[in-house]
Structures are given as C-alpha cells and as structure tokens.
Ligand binder design. Structure first.
Ligand code: ADP
Ligand code: MG
Length: 326
C-alpha cells in the first residue's frame, strides 16, 4: 500500500461532528499529499461551514492518527467549504477506463431504474467512438429532426429521451472527432436539444478513457457528478483508477464506483468468474463508495425488468445515486 493510501485508510473512520458522517461516508477528504522534506502530511478537507470549533476538532483527530500513531512530524490542513448545490436538473457522467466493461448497459439500466422511481430522465450518448445507446434502447435508424434554428429533437423510448452521436454519422461509420468538433457535438446535445418537459437527471455515457471529453464537458456543465464503472479484473480497475484521478484533477466529483460483471449466480451460489476486488480497489483508492456489484446476466435483452434480480440491483443503485446527488 502506498503511504498516501495508508494515511487515507487510517483516517477514513474519523467523523465530522456536525454531519456525524465519517470521511469515508462523506468523501470529505479531497486531497492527501506528503512533503517528504519536512515529513509533513497535507490535507484538503471539505466542511459544510468553516466553523472554528469543528476545524479544531477535526485537526485534533487527524493529528492524533497521523502524528501520534503514524509518526509524521507535522500536518497541514486546508479546509474548504462545500459548494451549495443548485436546483434544477442534475448531470451524472458515466465513465470507465476501459471499453466493454458495461458502461452503456449501466447507463441505460440506471435510466430505467430512475424512471421507475418517478424521475424524468434524458440520456446523452457521448461515446464518440462506440455509441451504442440507440441499439440498447431500440432506436437505431432514427433520424434526428432539426428545426430551422438548428435545434434538434431527441429520440424517445418509454418516456426516456435520448440523443446519440450515432445519429450524427452515416451508418456503420465511426465518428472520429478532433477537439473543436467534439465541442460542437457537445454543444448540440447540451444546449441545442429540445427536450420535452422538465428533466430531473441527465445521464451521459462517456467514451472510455481519460481523454479530452472530460475536459470539454466542463465547458457545458461545471457541477456534473461522475460514477465509474469497472469489472473485477485488475486490467479494468487499474485503468478506472487512472480515469478517476484524471476526472478529479478536472474537478469532477466522483460519486462512487459500480462493479459490473461481478459474479455469476447459479442456484444461490456466486461464482466469481472474473476474479474479485476490482471495484473495491477503485473505490478505496479514490476514497469513494463501491455503490453496487452487478451480476453477470446471460440474456439477449439489454434492459432488465424491475422484477429481475439485475433490475433490483439497479433500483438500489438508482436510490443510492439519487441520495448522493441531492
Ligand atoms: N452484467 C452483465 N452481464 C452480462 N453481459 C453484460 C453485462 N454488462 C454488460 N454486458 C454485455 O457486455 C457487452 C459490453 O457492454 P457495454 O455496455 O456495451 O460496454 P461499454 O459501454 O463499457 O463498452 C455488451 O454485449 C453487454 O450486453
Ligand atoms: Mg458503450
């Protein structure tokens, strides 16, 4: 374990006296760094309000662990106040390091689960290299209609509205975008789409990787939250960690991690076909929660019904995400 992970691990159960949530639960530790020369550990800690008593108490608790138990010479803590959340639609970015881990499947099923919980959902399929939301929702071949002002109308299925980069390219052609073009596509989706009615949550299916799109996204949404999808395998989780750090550096708040294809269940017994631990590793490293472990479901339908075992997992996931985004 790296020194930083070790420190994060040891302080994670310290509780904020106001919210009574541990650092682990509240994700209040925004940064940990070590100044080797002075043997000092530096922290950025998020608090509701910069209350001197609270800051003193947290400083004391952190010092107890880091100086007394762990033997570091000093600590330096920057307290930052939590941003007040705006009302109106919330945007959730669904990201992964690797492709093929189930990012689009998760996006679509999360949309259905949230809709089943009474929310109005729009999906933005921004996976510019492998857009497949139309296939999952059954909207391939749909023509995006525009009006004379250059606005577009989304595709709609079961009350879920969706736009996709697939609709911007000729059939079976990949969309290869450079920076400025990518920005145009995002502008079309974020500013020039005529959604019907009010939307509660925008779910954005991002391309895999740590690329430009995370940066571009900030031009349009400065308070998007992100969930990271991984599989239990180390090759997926290691890239997910990198993607997570890249997102954090750009100021995207990470809500948590979803481990997909976690196990295959036969007659009540779980078989960990792809190994174990990838999701937890990503969550621990990024100091966020592992929100769900989704089973492997051999099925030719991509959307699970709410009575399927997978559908129930998605309802739980939707609940958790909605609680965190509030
Ligand atoms: N939990 C699961 N069980 C079984 N198959 C899955 C599961 N999640 C995704 N898949 C399948 O894996 C493939 C890749 O999923 P997809 O959502 O397209 O990944 P990504 O968007 O990350 O590239 C698809 O064929 C999908 O149906
Ligand atoms: Mg995809």
């Amino acid at each position: 374990m790296s020194k930083i992970s070790d420190i994060k691990e040891k302080i994670k159960s310290i509780k904020d006296p106001v919210s009574n949530l541990s650092f682990q639960e509240s994700s209040a530790i925004k940064h940990v760094g070590i100044d080797e020369e002075s043997n000092t550990v530096m922290f950025v800690v998020e608090v509701e309000k910069k209350n001197p008593d609270v800051m003193k108490e947290l400083t004391r608790e952190i010092a107890k662990v880091v100086k007394i138990d762990m033997g570091y010479k000093g600590i330096k803590i920057d307290f930052v106040e939590k941003k007040v959340e705006k009302s109106g639609p919330k945007t959730i970015l669904i990201a992964s390091g690797k492709g093929g881990v189930g990012k689009s499947t998760v996006t679509a099923n999360l949309a259905y689960a949230m809709m089943r919980l009474g929310k109005r959902i729009a999906i933005i399929d921004a996976d510019v290299y492998g857009a497949n939301m139309p296939k999952i929702l059954g909207g391939t071949g749909h023509q995006l209609l525009g009006n004379k002002d250059g606005k577009i109308y989304p595709f709609e299925k079961d009350g879920i509205q969706m736009v996709s980069t697939e609709y911007l390219v000729e059939k079976n052609r990949a969309l290869l975008l450079r920076g400025p073009m990518l920005n145009k596509v995002l502008k079309l989706f974020f500013e020039d789409t005529l959604w019907t009615g009010e939307i509660d949550y925008f779910l954005v299916d991002l391309p895999p990787g740590t690329g430009d799109i995370m940066l571009d996204m900030r031009t349009f949404i400065d308070d998007a939250k992100m969930v990271l999808v991984t599989t239990p395998q180390a090759n997926a989780s290691h890239i997910a960690i990198k993607a997570g750090y890249a997102a954090k550096d750009l100021g995207h708040e990470i809500l948590g991690v979803i481990e997909n294809m976690s196990y295959y269940e036969i007659q009540g017994e779980k078989h960990y076909i792809f190994g174990q631990g990838g999701g937890k590793e990503v969550a621990d490293e990024l100091m966020v929660e592992l929100l769900e472990q989704l089973p492997i479901v051999p099925s030719n339908t991509s959307i699970y019904s709410e009575s399927d075992i997978a559908g129930i997992h998605y309802l739980n996931l939707a609940h958790q995400i909605m609680k965190l985004v509030k």
